[in-house]
Design a protein around this ligand. Structure first.
Ligand code: S3P
Length: 164
């Protein structure tokens, strides 16, 4: 079974995924990096050339291909926007990395590698419409504010050990 990390842009899914991989000694894949390698294009280029809907189809297909494997998957922030993806995530160990919006905004503001990192208001609206989707797709929510990477990793590792 896989461990999927979900959360809004800037919530540290990649960083925590890498650190969790070192802690648990299991495979780790970053879904966005995987898509870029397979498609031989940056995510920002896929959005620019083919649009968001096209990206969501790719994202779904690659998630579906990887989710049944043993290991950690750091997903992209919009993975929960389709019911098909939420269904897949509900069947595995999905961990929601939760932060208040203001912290996330400071981290992603002006990031040109993120095509959806637009204005404050647009991002806030996107964040708010997604909140309940992150909750419904995950088994556990980690409140990450004021916690170190190691503290978050230990919290996830403890949860997984208890499940085993
Ligand atoms: C997206 C988040 C990005 C990436 C794409 C779309 C989103 O990943 O998948 O730009 O819809 O929130 P990060 O959460 O790693 O920035």
């Amino acid at each position: 079974m896989s461990i999927c990390l979900i959360g809004f842009m800037g919530s540290g899914k990649t960083t925590i995924g890498k650190a969790l991989c070192n802690e648990l000694h299991i495979n780790w894949v970053d879904l966005d990096q995987y898509i870029e390698e397979k498609e031989k294009r940056k995510i920002s280029m896929i959005f620019k050339e083919n649009g968001e809907a096209y990206f969501r189809v790719l994202e779904h297909n690659y998630l579906k291909a990887l989710i049944h494997e043993e290991g950690i998957i750091s997903t992209g922030g919009g993975i929960i926007t389709t019911p098909e993806n939420r269904q897949l995530l509900q069947k595995t160990i999905t961990v929601y990395l939760e932060y208040p919006f203001e912290i996330l905004y400071q981290r992603i503001e002006g990031d040109e590698t993120r095509p959806l990192a637009t204005s404050y208001n647009a991002l806030k609206e996107r964040f708010e419409t997604r909140l309940s989707l992150y909750e419904s797709a995950s088994r556990i929510t980690i409140k990450c504010q004021d916690k170190s990477i190691n503290e978050v990793v230990q919290e996830i590792a403890t949860y997984i050990e208890k499940m085993a």
